[in-house]
Design a protein around this ligand. Structure first.
Ligand SMILES: [Zn+2]
Length: 360
């Protein structure tokens, strides 16, 4: 039977934009809503899922990715009156402790899978991490959770080949910047066309740098892309690349702002779309999910759908009629998507083999 490990940072409430003076979309309600939903669904400690406690991360875990000057800046900035690291990145008195505990949950989720205690896991943590670079915060992100986990799995568990996949609506620019020259960590980010959305980086042409050309992959999804475009991308592209790379583990930067109800982005994934992506990956590879963005009221429902995807057993019902969804789709979206996918295959043709001709 499949076993899923869940972790969450209990002190996340202390990282709250209201404590810093202003309300904001990245706030404790996000994770509280998820935990309430999962409790109602009796997902904690049933025969398939277990919640695991974790210790706060050590500084050395963070320093495998981030430079010491930046880590010191984050810590000292929590004590200042103007506790702001960047335009979108706020800090509170206890933020450094929250960050250590969040990363501790991430590392625990990874080690549960690496040791074989669980088949898959999900770290339900805040704040998110995928925009953070080695010496910078960005877009609500302070430390890069998935990068810290990848380096930890290599250093402490001897894993060699790791895949990080981002399905957040926003490009995983921080993760890209950290691994752009590392061919042991394959990064695939599928996100809304960054010419239309923050961080305005990570275009199809960006494929990493020597000696790891082709090991950073960015797919630009045109606005209004939904379940069928994502299914094509995963079924006919991601799975083929992953089969060639043959990873020891998959880290999924699981953002829920690609959902059709998200006001901060313009993508159309629904419950079924998330389930399909996750079940497809989890069927073949041990998968560690990390919570990234998503700022609407259905986060609990989507986390539940992802957990069911990890289990490979679907009871959750999509409220969106898929036939309606297809019928109402703007047909130009599909055309632009197919063009962008062909271009991606063509650019990556020297590095990966594709069964579909890249020039079709
Ligand atoms: Zn996002």
């Amino acid at each position: 039977m499949v076993h899923i490990g869940l972790t969450y940072n209990e002190n996340h409430d202390l990282h709250d934009p209201v404590l810093n003076g202003f309300p904001g979309p990245e706030n404790p309600d996000r994770l509280n809503q998820i935990l309430d939903y999962l409790a109602k669904k009796d997902i904690f400690n049933n025969e398939t899922c277990s919640v695991y406690n974790s210790d706060p991360a050590l500084l050395e875990d963070i320093l495998r990715v981030h430079v010491r000057e930046y880590v010191d800046l984050v810590r000292s900035s929590t004590k200042k009156s103007a506790r702001q690291l960047g335009t979108d990145t706020y800090l509170c008195d206890a933020s450094f402790d929250v960050l250590l505990q969040a990363i501790g949950c991430v590392l625990k989720a990874g080690s549960l899978v690496a040791k074989g205690n669980c088949d898959h896991s999900f770290a339900l943590i805040r704040p998110p991490g995928h925009h953070a670079g080695i010496s910078n915060s960005s877009g609500f992100c302070v430390f890069n959770n998935s990068a810290i986990l990848a380096r930890y799995l290599q250093a402490e568990h001897g894993l060699e080949k790791i895949v990080i996949i981002n399905i957040d609506a926003h490009a995983s620019d921080g993760t890209y910047s950290i691994f752009s020259d590392d061919s042991d960590v394959l990064c695939i980010s599928v996100h809304q066309d960054p010419s239309t959305l923050y961080p305005y980086k990570c275009f199809t042409k960006d494929i990493g740098v020597y000696p790891a050309l082709g090991f950073c992959i960015n797919m630009e999804m045109p606005p209004r892309s939904g379940n069928s475009e994502y299914a094509i991308f995963f079924d006919e592209f991601v799975i083929e690349v992953l089969e060639q790379f043959d990873p020891d583990i998959v880290i999924l930067e699981c953002g829920f702002d690609s959902y059709y109800k998200e006001s901060l982005a313009q993508l159309d994934l629904t419950v079924d779309g998330y389930y399909h992506i996750v079940s497809k990956l989890a069927k073949r590879w041990n998968t560690v999910c990390l919570l990234e963005g998503g700022y609407h009221d259905d986060l609990g429902l989507l986390v539940f759908a992802v957990i069911e995807g990890l289990m490979g057993r679907k009871t959750v019902v999509d409220e969106v009629d898929q036939v309606d969804l297809l019928a109402s789709r703007d047909t130009s979206t599909r055309k632009i998507f197919i063009k962008k996918l062909s271009k991606l295959r063509m650019i990556l043709d020297p590095y990966w083999e594709f069964s579909v001709n890249s020039r079709v």
